[in-house]
Write a protein that binds this ligand. Structure first.
Ligand SMILES: [Zn+2]
Length: 110
């Protein structure tokens, strides 16, 4: 991988990271849960909605963690190398998800 590619992945990851942080912030704030007078059914729906949002925030945090790992590899070396088999990850994979820790064949195995 050359420096230009590395820089472009880094920019992508940093952008993605910011937008994830924004989404996590939003998803952790209950919209109007509890501060208005609703009938019981609506409260239940809102509670459900809130727990869905928390689950969603969990996914986002997982993704954020992967991005953080990828960014630290860009800084410290080892970026674009499969954590499983140690081979280089195809640019084809990285251009779609630059935070991918696994090469195509290892990803298929899991
Ligand atoms: Zn692999």
């Amino acid at each position: 991988m050359n420096q230009t590619q590395l820089t472009s992945y880094k920019e992508k990851l940093e952008k993605e990271r910011l937008s994830l942080l924004e989404q996590i912030k939003k998803s952790e704030q209950p919209s109007d849960f509890g501060d208005d007078v609703d009938d019981f059914e609506e409260e239940t729906n809102e509670a459900e909605d809130f727990s869905n949002k928390l689950a969603e925030a969990g996914d986002l945090k997982q993704r954020l963690a992967e991005i953080d790992i990828a960014l630290s590899k860009i800084r410290n070396g080892g970026y674009g190398v499969c954590t499983d088999c140690g081979k280089e990850i195809d640019n084809e994979v990285l251009s779609i998800s630059p935070e991918a820790p696994l090469c195509k064949s290892c990803q298929a195995k899991n």
